[in-house]
Design a protein around this ligand. Structure first.
Ligand code: MSP
Length: 649
């Protein structure tokens, strides 16, 4: 086993505060990290903030902040939330210069190896998912999120993704554990088999991003930035490759296809495993800020507690699949498994040891049957946990508790205690030892998932060792020492009263909602709202592509131009539009252009505008020019030559 274990969560976009979906990933990652810590490995969990997205830039501008300042506020929000959940992490921000340097370094390596070339991307782009949507037409929705795509046409740098199809397929085949769960790997395999297109890895004319070390105004495409944060985080101490990238299923393609290809292109080792979990749904749809169905983690943490929440998330939803969140299910699960199950076993067992054995663990080998079940539970738990089947792992722990509960009912320790002969007393020792030993074992097994509650139970059992450094792989029946004095007994999992709890959560949730809305700039803006510079007209109401295509814009060439008598602003033009005969157009540009400047010039004409008469002359079309309020019009023109009659699209 590797002495170190390095895992990551995705780095979260900062146009949203943490919600239960993002919290789910972080808490699961922390449980995995803790488990590996209990295998004796030195662990590192990297998380962070993905800041260079266009959405972040837009949200920042709306709030009147620079994208960097806005990102700082939001990344602090993530850090604070993980601190409150007592998740130890290393945090990486994509705006960190150290990260910029790593991205540029990786780009250079790919470039030198011949995997990068300049070309033009013309097509659709989804800003929400930061995804190039190939094969889509203008106006088509994004296949992933359904939001409208934007049309992009720019000179970009491309990554030769197509060159990696065979190597990627070989990777998935030779190392089936690389992408998990299996059904997700199969999706990736068939996607890659369908063919890979080269990927644009730069965006032109955006300022919020990592500059591409080439001429011009290119910044890196956000995924050729964010993914590399996994490398930046550990580059100095040479901890790469990561043992595990834990992600949500929506970002699997980026991780399972782009990321290994980037690394292969740069001759760098690949991460060992990528696991995609499912979504937390609210009212059966994915939780998201824009849908307004977000469950905030902080009220749950304050009222229910971090550990019960961690337990619920991992116990209730098979890892990999989607799961609906509801308060009822949450409360029922916690009451059944933690208050009645584990909590009850602890208080019963420890109270009986206090009452019948003066507070010290009796000497006994315990019940052979319970010992056998406990051994199987340890093996089964470890197997399930290492397979990411947390719900099954936890289910087995609860089943062991049920076995002990039943045994207590059978042995009737309260009746045995009244009998003074050696045999009932030995039986009493046996059941008390068995119950206490099961309590110790389940506390150890549950520690990665409920670190604080388990540490309390550990102390109540009178254990003085540090639970976090206990070796789960050395855990065995019979290690509880006879004669050990148990500690102070106190309830760890109070029963939750649904009606009360939901009201309390609601109060905190309302406060949180206000605070976060303010942070995201959704209510009273802290700074002055953005306003267009003087003279810049406000944007017209949105139109659809269908509206736009109704306007027929053509390249025309001015053949003649002369002033219109009695109208000092107007010029009378004839323009060739590659039609049967030239058109007459009256244009209000006489103050900006003399007739001589126009003759022979190529211009843009709105060619299907209904004719109208100006000073008695019928004008058939309109010439396109740009101006601020009160500045002279400037005719639209082309830098390259363009044929007369060409349509602008
Ligand atoms: N910034 C990218 C990730 C870059 S990693 C190099 C991103 N950020 S995100 O904030 O939109 O999402 C981060 C993670 O949260 C993703 O793994 C996503 O699947 C997860 N979740 C977001 N909403 C979720 C749920 N409702 N449920 C579970 N996880 C979800 O994508």
């Amino acid at each position: 086993m590797n002495p170190k274990f390095y895992l990551t969560t995705p780095i979260y976009y900062v146009n949203s505060a943490p919600h239960l979906g993002t919290t789910y990933c972080t808490l699961a990652a922390d449980a995995i990290r803790r488990y590996h810590g209990m295998l004796g490995q030195e662990t590192l969990l990297v998380t962070g903030s993905d800041e260079h997205s266009q959405n972040v830039e837009r949200a920042a501008r709306k709030k009147g902040l620079t994208p960097f300042d806005f990102s700082t506020e939001l990344s602090n929000e993530f850090k604070q939330q993980w601190d409150k959940f007592k998740v130890p992490y290393r945090f990486i921000r994509t705006s960190d210069p150290k990260h910029h340097e790593t991205v540029q370094w990786l780009f250079d390596r790919c470039l030198k190896n011949g995997y990068i070339y300049p070309s033009t991307y013309s097509g659709q782009y989804c800003v929400n998912d930061e995804l190039y949507v190939n094969d889509a037409e203008p106006g088509d929705p994004c296949p992933d999120c359904g939001r409208p795509t934007e049309t992009v046409s720019e000179e970009n740098y491309f990554f030769k993704l197509s060159a990696f199809q065979d190597r990627l397929l070989a990777l998935y085949e030779n190392d089936p554990g690389f992408v998990q769960p299996d059904y997700r790997r199969n999706e990736i395999v068939s996607f890659v088999k369908g063919g890979l297109r080269d990927l644009s890895i730069s965006r032109n004319n955006l300022t919020w991003g990592i500059p591409v070390p080439v001429e011009g105004n290119h910044v890196f495409y956000v995924w050729f930035d964010a993914l590399i944060s996994y490398l930046t985080a550990v580059r100095e101490e040479k901890l790469w490759p990561a043992d595990l990238h834990l992600i949500g299923k929506d970002i699997l393609r980026f991780h399972a296809i782009y990321w290994p290809a980037f690394l292969m292109a740069a001759d760098l080792p690949l991460p060992k495993k990528i696991f995609a979990h499912g979504w937390i749904l609210k009212d059966s749809i994915k939780m998201s800020k824009s849908r307004g169905n977000v469950v905030r983690p902080e009220p749950l943490r304050q009222i229910i507690g971090a550990d019960p929440l961690r337990y619920f998330l991992l116990r209730e939803i098979p890892f990999g699949q989607d799961g609906n969140f509801s308060y009822d299910v949450l409360i029922t699960r916690i009451n059944a498994d933690l208050a009645n199950g584990l909590g009850n076993l602890a208080s019963r067992t420890l109270t009986m040891i206090r009452q019948y054995r003066g507070g010290t663990v009796p000497a006994s080998a315990g019940s052979a049957e319970i010992a056998e079940t406990a051994r199987n539970t340890i093996t089964g738990y470890r197997e399930a946990f290492e397979n990411f089947e947390f719900n099954r792992a936890l289910e087995q722990v609860m089943a062991l508790i049920t076995v002990v509960d039943k045994a207590i009912v059978q042995y009737q320790p309260w009746a045995l205690a009244k009998k003074e002969h050696a045999e009932p007393q030995a039986q009493l020792d046996e059941i008390l030892y068995s119950a206490a030993e099961v309590l110790r074992i389940v506390t150890a097994l549950l520690a990665p998932v409920m670190p604080e509650a388990c540490a309390q139970l550990w102390a109540q059992l009178g254990m003085t060792s540090n639970l976090e450094t206990l070796r789960i792989d050395e855990l065995a029946w019979g290690q509880l020492a006879a004669g050990q004095a148990i500690g102070e007994v106190a309830p760890v999992f109070p029963r939750l009263d649904a009606a009360k709890i939901i009201d309390q959560i609601q109060v905190i949730d309302d406060q949180e909602a206000d605070r976060i809305n303010l942070l995201l700039g959704k209510t009273e803006p802290v700074a002055a709202p953005w306003a267009p510079p003087p003279g810049v007209a406000p944007l017209s109401p949105e139109i659809t592509i269908d509206d736009f295509v109704k306007i027929d814009l053509r390249v025309g060439q001015v053949l003649t131009a002369e002033p219109v008598k009695g109208a000092d602003k107007l010029l009378h033009l004839t323009v060739d539009l590659a039609e049967e005969k030239p058109r007459t157009i009256v244009a209000g540009i006489a103050k900006a252009y003399s007739p001589e400047q126009l003759i022979g010039r190529k211009v843009v004409i709105v060619a299907n505008l209904a004719p109208r008469k100006l000073r008695g002359i019928e004008s058939r079309g309109m010439i396109v020019a740009a101006s601020l309020e009160d500045t002279p019009p400037v005719l639209a023109a082309f830098l390259e030559d363009v044929p007369v009659g060409a349509r602008l699209k």
